[in-house]
Ligand binder design. Structure first.
Ligand SMILES: NC(=O)C1=CN([C@@H]2O[C@H](COP(=O)(O)OP(=O)(O)OC[C@H]3O[C@@H](n4cnc5c(N)ncnc54)[C@H](O)[C@@H]3O)[C@@H](O)[C@H]2O)C=CC1
Ligand SMILES: O=C(O)C1=N[C@H](C(=O)O)C[C@H](O)C1
Length: 233
């Protein structure tokens, strides 16, 4: 496949290595807000910055190029991207986290929230740890985890805070040099703590998932998720 990389930073470079090792060709490497001939590509993979993701995605959809986006922090425009994809009969996937492990963790998190729904005495809280160059907080993955809990509990929202309230799940965001991404969910009671945790050891898992999603989406029409790609039920 001919792949356009929209964003050629840490993730763009990691994706390039994996894409080439799987027999693909990189035909575009876009790393600033310039004009590119996106139609040269069979598929585009956007790992850019929150302020550019929606424009990059729109450009792909307007030119009938399937697009995968892993950029976080731009979701105020997500519904617009979905509407454009539907209007243009295009193909689009956004995932806050493309790694297989995190997508399993998302399901585990929802199951645990369901089980805890009727159990009294536990307070939920969350933490995400990332490298110091990360632009957004909380992480997209932490937001997806919080949404999974909200769907399956009496909580209505999440907030960046130390302590969970009646309404909101507290998320603590820590920034430590070189950490690729660690997410923890706790249910603490007076007598014990239940903890589920995902630790990324490198960016390889995110990059591999993004390339697998790009291979999967070509010749499809619609808005999909990593659950579709990985066939998680
Ligand atoms: N969904 C997932 O699995 C993952 C998502 N991410 C997210 O992906 C994004 C990128 O992460 P990194 O590669 O670590 O960041 P990075 O800062 O290393 O790379 C982003 C690149 O985008 C470039 N850029 C700026 N304006 C652009 C434009 N208009 N078009 C194309 N590129 C442009 C920047 O010059 C920079 O090199 C972040 O939002 C991050 O949160 C990161 C890892 C995994
Ligand atoms: O910026 C990162 O590095 C990461 N961003 C994603 C997020 O915001 O959840 C995914 C991963 O945790 C790494």
């Amino acid at each position: 496949m001919k792949i356009a990389l929209l964003g050629y930073g840490r993730m763009g470079k990691e994706i390039e290595k994996i894409a080439i090792s799987r027999g693909h060709e990189i035909v575009i490497r876009k790393d600033v807000d310039d004009d590119i001939e996106i139609s040269l590509a069979d598929v585009a993979i956007d790992f850019s910055v929150p302020t550019s993701a929606f424009k990059n995605i729109s450009n792909c959809l307007n030119n009938n190029v399937p697009v995968i986006s892993g950029t976080t922090g731009w979701l105020d425009n997500y519904k617009e991207a979905v509407a454009l994809c539907t209007e243009k009969k295009g193909a689009f996937i956004y995932a806050s986290n493309f790694s297989l492990g995190v997508n399993i963790f998302f399901e585990l998190n929802k199951q645990l929230a369901k089980m805890m729904q009727t159990i009294e005495g536990y307070t939920i809280s969350m933490e995400e740890i990332h490298h110091t160059l990360k632009l957004d907080a909380p992480s997209g993955t932490a937001i997806t985890l919080a949404e999974g809990i909200i769907e399956n509990s009496s909580k209505n929202n999440w907030e960046l805070a130390e302590k969970t309230s009646e309404e909101n799940i507290a998320i603590v965001a820590k920034r430590i040099p070189d950490v690729p991404g660690t997410h923890t969910v706790w249910y603490a009671s007076e007598v014990d703590t239940i903890e589920i945790k995902h630790t990324a050891h490198s960016r390889k898992g995110f990059a591999l998932g993004a390339v697998i999603a790009a291979e999967w989406i070509v010749n499809k029409t619609g808005v999909f998720s990593m659950k579709d790609v990985l066939n998680i039920r």
